[in-house]
Design a protein around this ligand. Sequence first.
Ligand code: NDP
Ligand code: OXD
Length: 318
Amino acid sequence: MSLLLVINGAGQNWAPESWLHRFSERLSGRRIVIANEQDAVVEVFRYAAVWKPTHGFLARCKGLEVIFNLGAGVDALLQDRTLPNVPLVRIVNQDLRKRMTEYVVLHCLMHHRRQRALDDAQARCVWEADEQPAAAAVRVGILGLGELGQDAAEVLHRIGFQVAGWSRARKTVPGIRSYAGQGELNEFLGRTDILVALVPLTPDTQGILNRDLFQRLARDGALGSPVLINAGRGGLQVEADIISCLNDGTLGAATLDVFHEEPLGASTPFWGHPKVTVTPHNAADSDPEAISDDIAAQILDYEAGKPLRNVVDRNKGY
Ligand code: NDP
Ligand code: OXD
């Protein structure tokens, strides 16, 4: 067995040598190599573990049987039209679910409990409390009721929020109202005070977070105006629409973890906007140890003849 590492992420988590070390510990005696994407000739490897490989590079790797994406979202990878037609496995694990759920709960509660206004009052040394609706008065809508969306939905429901989710196929999740498909999107939006975007970026969802959609959110909610939380992908959002909807009151506030341009440029209005909370695409930073455990276990299972798990449906794009 041989594993090629093709890793182009920014930051300490993505240092290729650390991944080499982790996989070598878990798959001892195997040939594991960090790719040099400039090499004219690429040796034969059975597996590749990748994050944002240069488009066209994997097409030059002969003998690949499985590509393991080192994250949950595969949008960047699928944009490579030359990607070899072999199973593509993405990350699904409890560590990632819990991290995303922490983020979603944190930001739902921050908007619900008006923490930004309290921070502002503290900065002015003012003892000032707003009226506080109960969680049961607030309707959260999760756009994308998949692995991450369902976990967050369940915890929000336990806290007391009214929670619904929207997906392609209907789901059965205790306590969560499930809306399915385009035909039910309007009804889902019309009952939503806090919209949490956790759909993958695909041709169908590109730009879905736009003025037309924001105008269809509930306008009679306990928070006054609807709130947007986007922890999916920047490509889901029309950024000019978010700013103009915040400015004219169509949206009350937004938490944004993902952007068209990452890192976020200095000149964007998001940084300084009083109704926007920016986080640096770290809603759910995948734990490299947990990911390495998953992938090593999958390789051993695959070699023992067991089916691969979490294989991406290329037709759906996620
Ligand atoms: P899943 O594939 O498990 O879930 C995706 C959900 O979106 C499914 O419920 C799916 O419906 C729904 N969906 C997709 N397309 C449509 C559509 N056209 N119409 C209606 N529903 C649709 O993904 P995960 O939950 O694991 O991850 C979601 C996304 O979160 C990732 O793709 C990634 O972009 C992002 N992410 C962000 C991170 C961050 O740090 N900000 C970290 C990790 C992931 P159905 O179930 O019916 O197929
Ligand atoms: C992912 C991410 O897709 O970190 O895993 O965004």
